[in-house]
Design a protein around this ligand. Sequence first.
Ligand code: SF4
Length: 299
Amino acid sequence: MSRRAELYTLIRSAKAHLELAQVGPIPGVRPASQEERDVFDEVLAARRVRKTQAMREALDFERPKAAEPKPTAVAPRPSGSKSVPLWEQFGSKPKEIFASATAELEELWAPEDDHATRLLKIRENLGDCKRCGLCETRKKIVFGEGSPTARLMFVGEGPGYNEDIQGRPFVGKAGELLDKMIEAMGLKREDVYIANTVKCRPPEDRNPAPDEIAKCRPFIMQQVRAIEPEVIVGLGRFGTNVLLDQDKSITQIRGTWQDFDGIALMPTFHPAYLLRNPGAKRDAWADLQAVMKKLGLSN
Ligand code: SF4
């Protein structure tokens, strides 16, 4: 049979199939003859066999199974690898650091010190800090700001360009968005406390290095201890993981309550991420609604 005749037969078979598949005749389509139905069924059956075979081969049903590889010892992870938990890179778990970071507060604070005095003393102790290399490129230390008696504390990663110039956390575009998020919760910026895990801007806005975080982390721990908020919102991977003994992606843990030494911690997306990915704002808002519920704020 020529290719043209073969094609013609297929078209007729297809029409016949359409007619067979329908209840009643199709307008404009001649009912299929028995001969046409037989040809179509043969073509269809052959195609099914070929397809099934191809799928079986692709799924390895027909091949002998390879022997299961024996489990091998887990190779040590290279230092600095992203998969290494942050606390491993620093050498001790955050709660241990929390204990040591806050131990010096015994000497720093007097029992009668209120929250504001405690914060002032931490700032004095920080001084013109040169504890890590970030001091060489920073313009201003960004200690943190807000209410010393805040029930809600936001912890971000580190200062960016605008923060470095002004010496204030979360100004610029990401700061504007954070302000809107706070206002959407029925609060004002002055009602909460905002700080970062490192107080100086990393050059080119790179991620802070483990040694820089390790040097600076005692101060965010002390700020938490000074303020004693009811809830912390961890903004982004660093704002969350630096406080917790885990190194999970923010996508994985956002929206799930965590515990930081007895304080409820809600991880959510960093406002800078939300500016790049507006579709994630819905999730961030759901996280903040959970925080509002926890604090008894009306929705
Ligand atoms: S980042 Fe922290 S530890 Fe490093 S110089 Fe700045 S204030 Fe000091």
